[in-house]
Design a protein around this ligand. Structure first.
Ligand code: AMP
Ligand code: ZN
Ligand code: ZN
Length: 345
């Protein structure tokens, strides 16, 4: 219960009874401060900038029929005029696919040519359709388009890591409202990935287990499908953050097959729908965290890919920028309970 002096809008049941706690997840290898005194009740979290139904823009280049207004196409699925998915070059790429990197530069350099690939995946031909509206087979098709493009890009020796991500809603970084995601291939392994390798190796060395293969505590689980489980991570950095993890051990996302892609599509749809209902259609990001393209045989034992969904409910402030630690006002087990119980029509 809240103390009599506490602002009645702040502090749910858990806030009244629980002390702050600092947790470190072996996967992210990062400390998170759980500070329920700063919290609303888990059920009070709502987006302040919900996404409007997506108004049709007469000038949207991602709509079917406007292909000539886009940067060059890489492939479409199926390969007919009436496509469902297109993978295209980004018109304003962060990195340039035509630059060359010499092997020596990667070993010694602090400055590299800005080589890399930056592609856009247009997830549907029609402007008004969002990913969560699509059926599991079509969401699976988008996931398989990611894997196909990764297989192509990984032929380039200079590419070390490939990040698939989605920005949905302006405050989640999206500049286009037509449903899309992006694939960015880097000539370096980014710091969150190195940190994950260190954390999961440490766990493996101590226990003999891949930490993402370990059974998830029941109180953190939201839903399960045949091959995947969705849960709130033990040290979630963001309120209502969700992870979807394969139940089988797999280091690389791009090894996903058709059957598992559809199964993942079903669980991803469920999580996006539950999040939209519970949080009032928040802007969100999802990121596919996979392993570097080149991993040693020994690293395959403890690297396990997963998909992270982060609704944009709170901004990152000076504490987070300064320390690399996050403050989360809601405990993961409370969020998991709320999301488990969301009922959909
Ligand atoms: P976001 O900013 O997350 O919504 O991602 C949309 C991406 O699409 C941005 O990175 C833009 O650079 C890119 N983009 C915008 N217009 C076009 C276009 N006509 N063809 C290809 N890519 C585009
Ligand atoms: Zn459009
Ligand atoms: Zn595993």
């Amino acid at each position: 219960m809240s103390s009599p002096n506490r602002d009645p809008d702040h502090g749910g049941d858990s806030a009244g009874t629980r002390s702050p706690e600092i947790r470190k997840d072996p996967v992210t290898n990062r400390w998170v401060v759980f500070s329920p005194a700063r919290a609303k009740r888990p059920t009070d979290f709502k987006s302040k900038s919900p996404q409007n139904p997506n108004p049709k823009s007469s000038s949207c280049p991602f709509c079917i029929g406007r292909e000539d207004d886009c940067a060059p196409e890489i492939f479409r699925v199926p390969d007919v005029p009436d496509w469902k998915i297109r993978v295209i070059e980004n018109l304003y790429p962060a990195l340039n696919r035509d630059l060359e990197i010499q092997t020596g530069q990667l070993k010694t350099g602090r400055v590299l040519p800005g080589f890399g690939f930056h592609d856009v995946v247009v997830e549907a031909p029609v402007h008004s359709i969002q990913l969560s509206d699509m059926d599991p087979e079509d969401i699976g098709g988008v996931l398989l388009a990611y894997t196909k493009r990764i297989e192509q890009i990984k032929q380039h020796d200079s590419v070390k890591y490939i990040q698939v991500f989605k920005n949905h809603g302006a405050s989640a970084g999206a500049s286009m409202s037509h449903s899309h995601s992006q694939i960015l291939a880097l000539p370096v392994v980014p710091p969150t990935v190195s940190s994950r390798l260190d954390g999961t190796k440490e766990y493996f060395d101590q226990t003999g287990w891949c930490c993402l293969c370990e059974a998830k505590p029941k109180e953190l689980v939201i839903n399960e499908s045949c091959h995947f489980v969705s849960f709130v991570p033990f040290a979630a950095a963001f309120p209502f953050e969700i992870w979807i993890v394969p139940k089988y051990h797999s280091s690389h996302f791009h090894d996903l097959d058709t059957n598992k892609a559809v199964d993942l599509g079903r669980l991803l749809k469920l999580m996006l729908q539950k999040m939209a209902k519970q949080l009032n259609k928040p802007p969100f990001n999802y990121m596919i965290h996979t392993s570097p393209l080149e991993v040693a045989e020994s690293q395959l034992l403890y690297t396990h890919w997963f998909l992270q969904i982060v609704p944009q409910l709170s901004g990152v402030g000076g504490f987070e920028i300064g320390t690399g630690c996050y403050i989360n006002p809601v405990f993961p087990e409370d969020v998991a309970k709320v999301l488990r119980e969301v009922s959909l029509p």
